[in-house]
Write a protein that binds this ligand. Structure first.
Ligand SMILES: NC(=O)c1ccc[n+]([C@@H]2O[C@H](COP(=O)([O-])OP(=O)(O)OC[C@H]3O[C@@H](n4cnc5c(N)ncnc54)[C@H](O)[C@@H]3O)[C@@H](O)[C@H]2O)c1
Length: 313
């Protein structure tokens, strides 16, 4: 192990946990913690696993962040860096960045990695790209040093809440793009929807206190294009299955449960997190998820409004 090896703990040994383990274990001292989701049994108590660890990577969904961050905060060294990649809202409608801000505060380094970094591509040695979003420049620099020499390439960004909203909300639009592709509505429409979604994403990010241009970074546009066009994307598949009425396959694959985008829509509406009705494409996605058969009519109405002939004065 090199002298400058960092002591890393990875939480969650799913697709991304394993990808991080592969990326980091040649150069760093990597340990893994996970929990059996049926029995609740932990590989070892989290507090013991975290002892002496300099970096803790949250490679698990958003929901357990609150509990795990609350348990970690008192037992980690003050200079330990906590990092998450989760792209969902928790059951109270909070982003993982809001949860970290609550538990780790302004004095600890904490950050998020958001961007096109599909686990299976990282595992295969292909490149991945992400924004290292954090309030403190030290956190981004530490992450760049940690991943130096690996296939994961990082840019730094100080708009951590904007990045979280961009990364989470882009999964709302992907099923719509998957649906349009499932119905073979054309490459032109896909390009239009990506541009429209990004523009709307910028508006929502700004409404939630982030910077509009964050929507155009790897955390927003970069990840949106990858997820919306990847053959392996279950968010994209979900939209296509809904649009083509393949509900049997949907239920069998459990894709509706796994889709963070669908959950995000439900949380935004349940907690009235922003005035979603003002965002026409978001509203179209809501309508589509409520009743997939209305997609074509919804798209027609969207285009008619969007390109309505200017009224002369
Ligand atoms: N898979 C990807 O390519 C990819 C890429 C970027 C970001 N992400 C994000 O990373 C997160 C994890 O995705 P994944 O694909 O690795 O998921 P996964 O289902 O493959 O793995 C999730 C891991 O989290 C653990 N886990 C789940 N609930 C838990 C709980 N309550 N307590 C403790 N552990 C729990 C599971 O045991 C499992 O090891 C998601 O938010 C996803 O959006 C995934």
């Amino acid at each position: 192990m090199p002298d400058n090896a960092t002591r890393v703990l990875i939480l969650g040994h799913g697709a991304m946990g394993r990808a991080f383990e592969t990326l980091l274990s040649a150069r760093h001292d990597v340990a893994v913690w996970d929990r059996d989701l049926v029995t609740g049994v932990e590989t070892q108590p989290l507090e013991a696993a975290a002892r002496g660890r300099e970096v803790v990577m949250f490679a698990l969904p958003s929901n357990p962040h609150d509990e795990l961050a609350a348990r970690l905060a008192p037992c980690l060294a003050t200079n330990a860096l906590c990092v998450s990649i989760a792209k969902g809202l928790d059951a109270r409608g909070r982003t993982p960045a809001q949860v970290f801000a609550q538990h780790f505060g302004p004095r600890r380094d904490w950050a998020f990695l958001y961007g096109p970094m599909l686990a299976r591509e990282l595992q295969a040695g292909r490149p991945g790209f992400a924004m290292a979003a954090s309030l403190r420049p030290s956190a981004g620099a530490r992450l760049q040093a940690l991943f130096a020499g690996t296939a994961l390439h990082l840019d730094c960004l100080d708009d951590v809440h904007g990045a979280a909203w961009a990364a989470i909300l882009k999964n709302v639009y992907v099923p719509l793009i998957g649906a349009a592709d499932g119905l073979a509505l054309g490459d032109n429409l896909r390009g239009f929807l990506v541009a429209e979604a990004t523009r709307e994403l910028a508006g929502i990010v700004e409404a939630m206190g982030g910077r509009a241009d964050t929507a155009y970074t790897l955390a927003g546009l970069g990840d949106l294009v990858t997820t919306a066009t990847s053959a392996s994307s279950h968010h994209r598949r979900l939209g296509a299955d809904l649009a083509t009425g393949d509900a049997t396959q949907l239920a069998a694959s459990g894709a509706n449960i796994r889709s963070e985008g669908v959950h995000t829509v439900a949380m935004v509406r349940a907690h009235a997190l922003f005035a979603w009705e003002r965002f026409a494409l978001f509203a179209l996605v809501c309508d589509f998820l409520d009743d997939p058969a209305r997609l074509q009519a919804g798209l027609d109405a969207y285009l008619a409004r969007r390109f309505a002939a200017p009224t002369g004065r």
